[in-house]
Design a protein around this ligand. Sequence first.
Ligand code: L34
Length: 291
Amino acid sequence: MIVIDGKGLAKKIKEELKLEVDAIRSAGGKIPHLAAVLVGEDPASQVYVRNKVRSCEQCGFGSTLHRLPAEATEADVLELVDQLNRNQEIDGFIVQLPLPKHINEEKVTLAIDPKKDVDGFHPVNIGRMTLGLPCYLPATPNGIMEMLSRYEIETNGKEVVVLGRSNIVGTPMSVLLSRKGNPGNATVTICHSRTKDLEAHTRRADILIAAIGIPEMVTADMVKEGAVVIDVGINRVDDDSRERGYRLAGDVDFAGLKNKVSAMTPVPGGVGPMTVVSLLMNTLKASKGIV
Ligand code: L34
């Protein structure tokens, strides 16, 4: 079995991005600058945003982190979004999700200028993606596309099953893999909480993408011999034997599947680092004014 090394691949792509930024700097061009908005103290979000800021530094990008307290109002967040929309130095920015419950995520997403929406969450970008027009692709699905492409995993004509229909992973993933292109041209099935006989679908999959947020729910009996498995889940499972009190688990039972599948992403070190790097790729595009 091949372990798809998202962390190693992300490192390689960051080196490529750094070379490109160095060249831009030598030529006196605009250095890409990403801003991130983090509201509250969600522990996982803090880790993810820290990884984003650190990756910017590694590639020579500019970055600005705006932290707001958990009690910040919706108006406070919208005011900051408005400032970032107008700030010429900032090429792209993200508002890390989830937001505290009293803030409407949809309203915040809609307030972001689509040209600076490097998360690709604004309806304009989602619509453009669906039509195959130039746009910012959402980071996690785009990171997975990049991973499939660089590992030369054939998708053309393959049966792909996506578990989960979220706006940020499952739904855009199904669009990207079914559209004409490479990777792409797959026959895609989306499964979710109302799917009947889930196993019947997953056992048919040449490529299985799990993005449901239930720790280790994909077990060996659910997959086909030789399948490629992409694990998007990052679940914190209580574990008293660890100093920090938890361990990270994917949506897939990695140990149970490893003798059955042909390739699989680990958690951590799989899809997560690719999500971060694909955000940087979008920010570079933004700084060049490509979208
Ligand atoms: N706005 N909100 C917005 N944009 C995003 O693209 C995200 N996402 C998801 C959650 N909310 C968002 C992320 O940034 C998930 N996500 C994300 C980012 C980074 C990592 C995982 C998820 C990551 O770096 N994972 C590492 C380490 C994980 C850890 O140590 O906890 C990994 O190896 O998987």
